[in-house]
Design a protein around this ligand. Sequence first.
Ligand SMILES: Cc1cc2nc3c(=O)[nH]c(=O)nc-3n(C[C@H](O)[C@H](O)[C@H](O)COP(=O)(O)O)c2cc1C
Length: 302
Amino acid sequence: MNKKILVIYYSQTGQLTNIVKSIMAPVIEKKDVEVVFEELKPIPSFPFPWSSDEFFQAMPESVKGIPCMLEPLSVDDKADFDLIIVAYQPWFLSPSIPYHSFFKNEKAQKIIRGKPVVTIIGCRNMWVMAQEQIKQYITEAGGFYAGNIVLRDKAPNLLSLVSIIRWLIKGKKEKHLIFPEAGVSQQDIHDAVRFGHIIYEAIHKNNIPQLRNELIKARAVEVQPQLIMLEKRGKAFFHIWADFALKKGGYGSKDRNFRLRLFKYYLLTVLYLVSPFATMLFFLVSPLRRKSIQKQIHRYQQ
Ligand SMILES: Cc1cc2nc3c(=O)[nH]c(=O)nc-3n(C[C@H](O)[C@H](O)[C@H](O)COP(=O)(O)O)c2cc1C
């Protein structure tokens, strides 16, 4: 009997769509697998490129998990999928807003119940905290987390920060001065095809329980331990800032722009002044913390 895979995705710039296309290419070719794609369509759509104010408007809802409206899902909720793939991007160390809407949607929860779910992430480089929340969403919907694939921008942290801001706020993705092209490299997107072969083998051989480890072996999830502490601290502070902004109104409210601009300056200060010292400190003390770092890598790879 043919196997069925559902792929959920949303992308503003097309980057995540290209990642999904590359990974799924070898699976689509197979005659014994049917792949159904479901694109999430927020109402109204999020802007791209963003203005600075629009960009920070998305922080409180991303962090607090407040959903936006979505066009109704077209997938049949009685369809019985053998595997569900959720491809998403983190926003502010959290799942992007459309995925809060997806996981809180009754139809989506029905489709996920009792099914294995693989995640695909297309991000800059900070995805660990967002993934913890997605795992929780999968469990709450009664699904089984079956593995992860992470594609990230491999340029140095502070350079990729400048290039991604330029991309998302000015729409300019290309290399500029010392700043590399923004986003996940074309080569990494191209090479992601190997994960599709692994997914096909697992589904073809009824071997989904092994998929998570097979993906890890293929270097699908590379954890950068120096960023974990930054993410953990950052997420805790983001919650405080999100509550502070939400007191002035919901998504799009101009009344909260002042508080969100304060958040912007806080964030830039932390990223440019505090994070280099935190990273240096991490590498200085890491020889003394080898075991606990290994434990963290293992935990978040899973
Ligand atoms: C509002 C916003 C916040 C973002 N926050 C993060 C983040 O916390 N961590 C990260 O690695 N990337 C972050 N990114 C980058 C996205 O995860 C993603 O890689 C980029 O937006 C391109 O995705 P697309 O396929 O939707 O166009 C953010 C992007 C946006 C628009």
